[in-house]
Design a protein around this ligand. Structure first.
Ligand SMILES: [Zn+2]
Length: 517
């Protein structure tokens, strides 16, 4: 995330502000969804059970197979499962209302009919999940707004209710631990627009319709729930598929790779375009993105071979080429320092975001008034710091924003370590001149994206590097991505892995930078 802080920067002496899915079963299920299920879902017609659901039904206990024996084999006795509802919090002490327990989402398939001229949405989300407890009887999802038409579980209609910002689904059958099940939720209507207590530069999270001609989503930290039903916490990552139906002449963009583009009927009967995107890497719901507009696609490749694709407006071509002409080398440079680029592809999509850009996974949402090299590199660094290894609690935002800020400065000053040192001295004076003081590892909600999180966080990263030396610092970071990549890590886990690389305890260092609140 990067806020447009240009005005602040002027005041601080021109310091640069920027300065598996379920194996074959799921593949088959995906293939099913790729066909007509989308239009079935959004018209509220019954949705056929997916292959995964059918497999569960077929696996129900029946008569034992094989030749009969003279002495009947006694049937095993089963202890009936006691019903157990899932929990309604992921357990994050910073934003306890987010996330849920009792299940583990493996895959989201999000189907949306969107039109920039109207905020009416026709949607269906299919969620492939595993039960994490025996006797799972009810699950909770984060979901705000829209009229929910129907919910099915393994193809069977399920009861549901809305309780605050949760959608509660009663499972028609109790689930064993590790049992796969598929939920399909159909919904329609207009999004709810309400401010997030955490992100101040947009007036709401979720879907935005800035000009009648384009759409984008922004969701950090608590906004995925405003556009699709989710287990909305980084502790539950999943793979994603998007089927986006938009009026003819527009492009629809999401995370990962564009796998198909077809003509398809819009809900009003007109001919539109259906764009299918897939991202087969674990992703936290807040990093999911959809953007719609009259985009053109630019393609390239990093020198190391990572495919790059950007979605821009034709008039932005020169500006984007200038801002991104070193992004391939920067990507390869980061891969050398931190470990291989974690995903299949990378790029940017521009949008009329009022005051910030967002590191949506593999497809950065670039505010059209922040197109520049600094923002481009900052958001690229988030692919490792925040996206591949995500925060275990939102309280520790400094590790996302501090490292993204520091890496951008490292890249700019990579030829001369003295220049980097001067930059850090300048950052330090900005932090000292900032009259907002608060604990870096548990800021008040309104300061979650405040300047100190970025600058003091960068200073903490730089100080750690000086404390343990380059060799241990970069070895520790590579171990961190190898160990926690695809999931989350806490500050304690980060400290522990850096201590292993350094071979010394770092309690004093962390206590000095992150004094207990
Ligand atoms: Zn950021």
């Amino acid at each position: 995330m990067q806020e447009d802080k240009e005005s602040k920067a002027e005041k601080v002496r021109k310091i640069p502000i920027w300065l598996i899915v379920l194996g074959g079963l799921l593949l088959v299920a995906l293939a099913c969804l790729a066909t007509g299920a989308f239009m079935n879902a959004i018209s509220d017609s019954p949705v056929l059970p997916t292959a995964a659901a059918r497999a569960v039904v077929e696996a129900l206990p029946g008569l034992p197979l094989g030749r009969p024996t003279k002495t009947p084999t006694p049937l095993p006795t089963h202890t009936p499962m006691a019903p157990q509802p899932g929990g309604r919090s992921a357990g994050d002490p910073y934003i306890p209302e987010l996330g849920n327990t009792g299940y583990d989402v493996q895959h989201y398939s999000i189907q949306l009919a969107l039109d920039p001229a109207s905020d009416h949405v026709e949607g269906a989300t299919s969620i492939e999940a595993l039960s994490t407890i025996t006797g799972l009887s009810e699950i909770s999802l984060d979901f705000v707004g829209f009229d929910v038409g129907a919910v099915t579980v393994n193809g069977i209609a399920a009861g549901f209710s809305r309780e605050g910002r949760k959608l509660i689904v009663a499972l028609p059958e109790l689930q064993q631990a590790n049992a796969p099940f598929t939920l399909v939720i159909t919904y329609r209507g207009s999004p709810v627009y309400e401010p997030s207590p955490y992100l101040r530069f947009v007036d709401h999270l979720g879907l935005h319709y800035p000009d009648g001609e384009s759409i984008f989503t922004i969701a950090e930290p608590d906004g995925a729930r405003y556009w699709f039903p989710a287990n909305d916490h980084p502790r539950d990552k999943a793979t994603f598929r998007f089927e986006l139906l938009v009026p003819a002449g527009l492009e629809a963009v999401a995370n990962g790779e564009l796998v198909a583009e077809n003509q398809a009927a819009l809900p009003n009967g007109d001919l539109g375009s259906l764009f299918i995107w897939e991202h087969n890497y674990p992703m936290a719901p807040y990093l999911a993105l959809v953007a719609v507009g009259p985009y053109e696609r630019l393609e390239g490749r990093s020198p190391g071979g990572i495919p790059l694709r950007h979605y821009i407006l034709p008039e932005q071509r020169e500006e984007i080429l200038e801002a991104t002409n070193e992004i391939g080398p920067a990507l390869d440079w980061m891969a050398d320092l931190f470990g291989p680029y974690p995903f299949e592809t990378f790029g940017y999509v521009t949008a009329k975001v009022p005051g910030g850009s967002m590191e949506s996974q593999t497809m950065v949402l670039l505010s059209d008034n922040m197109i520049g090299r600094k923002t481009a590199v900052h958001e690229l660094a988030h692919m490792w710091f925040g996206n591949w290894v995500s925060l275990d609690t939102w309280a520790e935002m400094w590790r996302n924003e501090g490292f993204a800020t520091y890496i951008q400065l490292m890249w700019e000053n990579r030829q001369d370590s003295e220049d980097l040192e001067l930059q850090m001295i300048a950052l330090n004076s900005v932090v000292e001149g900032n009259n907002k003081q608060y604990p870096l590892d548990h800021p008040p909600p309104e300061y979650l994206f405040e300047l100190n999180i970025y600058f003091q966080g960068a200073l903490a990263a730089h100080a750690l590097r000086q404390e343990i030396g380059d060799e241990a610092f970069f070895a520790g970071l590579r171990n961190y991505f190898a160990r926690y990549g695809g999931g989350t890590a806490s500050d304690d886990q980060f400290q522990s892995i850096m201590e292993q690389a350094a071979g010394v305890p770092l309690d004093d260092f962390f206590a000095a930078w992150f004094p207990p609140g």
